[in-house]
Design a protein around this ligand. Structure first.
Ligand SMILES: Nc1ncnc2c1ncn2[C@@H]1O[C@H](COP(=O)(O)OP(=O)(O)OP(=O)(O)O)[C@@H](O)[C@H]1O
Length: 242
């Protein structure tokens, strides 16, 4: 499969089990919301997917490449937007992206074409020659997403991509990323905000390191709505004795 496959992955920080037998798949063209409260294990899973840390147990396949056996090939197929911004504020948008393109072996005309295409996908083409420091928070975030697309990955990972943004910027970014999934990317969008999820999306609910539910948002929402269903699944007071 060209998407993402996570099979029976577990991870411990010393005695603390942060992920416990996590399995799910994201197919190409799907927007998958990884929905979990603080401490659920979302960032730990992202660290495993980007090989900042290595799983104690289980396997991860990225676009058909096993991340443990073929890490370079697997990582080349991933675009990632981390929670913390990592931009050079004093460079222009284009120079930031050119630097990143170079890390992926793109230069000259092929880099320029890739950069223009990625910026256009995020509606940022006319900002290419602005210095990042002059952009608002929403545009900086969009630029980071464009940067993650420069090398044309199959899978896009975003860890709480809308943190700190106002409602309009949040909406614009969630809309853009849903459109990207529509072009064939497999998108994994970590969040604790149910209003970022569309009813047609896949939703994986992660709580205390375990997958509590995996399926279409519409099904999970049922009659009570997504917010109530999510709360019921992750309410600590209901965990007693679980
Ligand atoms: N470096 C670490 N050392 C020890 N425990 C950690 C470490 N990083 C995370 N944890 C623990 O692992 C669990 C999962 O944390 P993680 O940061 O992956 O969750 P999260 O869903 O990303 O939460 P948040 O939304 O707050 O970032 C938590 O119980 C957390 O306290």
């Amino acid at each position: 499969m060209n998407g993402l496959e996570i099979n029976h992955v577990s991870y411990r920080y010393g005695e603390r089990k942060a992920l416990d037998d996590v399995s799910f798949q994201v197919e190409p063209g799907r927007f998958c919301a990884l929905l979990g409260p603080n401490g659920a294990g979302k960032s730990t899973l992202f660290a495993l997917l980007t090989r900042l840390i290595v799983a104690d147990e289980g396997a991860i396949q990225v676009a058909g490449f096993d991340i443990a056996r073929s890490p370079r090939a697997a990582l080349a197929r991933i675009g990632v937007v981390f929670q913390q911004p990592t931009l050079d504020l004093d460079m222009t948008v284009r120079r930031n992206l050119r630097y990143f393109a170079g890390l992926h072996g793109l230069s000259g005309r092929s880099a320029a074409i890739a950069i223009d295409r990625a910026l256009a996908q995020l509606g940022m083409a006319e900002r290419a020659d602005e210095v990042v420091r002059s952009l608002n928070g929403g545009h900086r975030r969009r630029m980071e997403i464009a940067r993650a697309l420069v090398h044309q990955p199959d899978i896009l990972l975003l860890d709480e991509a809308t943190v700190g943004l106002d409602a309009a910027a949040r909406q614009a970014i969630t809309d853009h990323v849903h459109e990207l999934a529509g072009t064939g990317l497999a998108v994994l969008w970590a969040t604790h905000l149910v209003d970022e999820v569309a009813m047609a999306d896949q939703v994986v609910v992660l709580h205390r390191g375990r997958v509590r539910s995996d399926g279409p948002a519409g099904e999970l929402a049922g009659e009570s709505g997504l917010a109530k269903a999510f709360l019921a699944m992750t309410d600590e007071s209901m965990e007693a004795g679980a």
